[in-house]
Design a binder for this molecule. Sequence first.
Ligand code: XUL
Ligand code: MN
Length: 347
Amino acid sequence: MSDSIPYRFSFGPWNISEGADPFGPEVRPAFPHEEKFALYRPLGFEGVQFHDDDVVPGLDGMTPAQMLSRAGEVKTMLGNHGLVPEFVAPRLWFADQTVDGAYTSNSESDRKYAWERTQKCIDIARALGCKAIVLWLSREGSYIREAKDARLAYERILGTINAMLEYDREIEIWIEPKPNEPTDQAYVPTIGHTVALAYASKDHRRVKGLIESAHALLAGLDPSDEMAFALAHDKLASVHLNDQNGLKYDQDKNFGGANLRAAFNQVRVLEEAGYGRRGEFIGLDVKAMRTQKGSPVTVHLRNSREIFLHLVEKYRALDGELVRQYREARDYEALECYILKHLLGVK
Ligand code: XUL
Ligand code: MN
């Protein structure tokens, strides 16, 4: 396998899951986060994606000193395993105060909680030696349109982004857009919304996007085009590669598992832009099938990484001159046939 661009891979502790779904309990025993760190390197991963409470469980009930001391311990653990934290995301969808959203909640005291929690998340990230904060704006949205003033909600989101940029002048904010689930209609559903918010912010160089393949598909968009849009604005900070079979719940399937050609095109767009050369991670946000036996189950991570690397090889083996000629001749029938045969490995 070619190593001329040495891709770095990451995943989050939640990707080694117990297999519960809304209709049934866990099917695998829980596996402590600390033990998960030992699994990363042998699987070919060096980056760890975190939620704030993956680093510091129970942080809401802790003093700042307790919180930072725990974050320091995790930093040491990561170092011992040769791992780096990729980002920390505030978990703004579990607490009682975030039932109706966080920054866009209709309750002033709940919005205050969300801001305080965001500050804690930034403090934890810095104690971990990490400058990237991911905002998956899970409950920022509504179940019925009349529930919130959407214009005001967008102003509140922008206000929070600006407050974060001021709170810490070195952090970057990476927004991970998603159009629905758990809300019916989420605010900031696409990378276009993300990039607009970035440019509207006080320091757009520090506001970027993280594109998850499944989230783009849920918005009815092509993940490779979403990535290309972010890349054209130099705003693709990270990716969550995975797959999604149509407009359903967020499936987090293996990369390429539903649509290999769409996966190839994501790899193609990333390769063409030289993504990864500045240290950006190939993040995976994949879940093992509930039916899979064993504990911990990690094969989905190994397999998705391997498929990504095979698709890099496929891209590099593509006859670029032939593609150029087909484009020039506008012979897209021939181009499509060439791509399909190339993917199938037949002449
Ligand atoms: C939710 C999702 C999250 C984010 C991090 O759909 O993808 O796990 O990646 O909060
Ligand atoms: Mn994700």
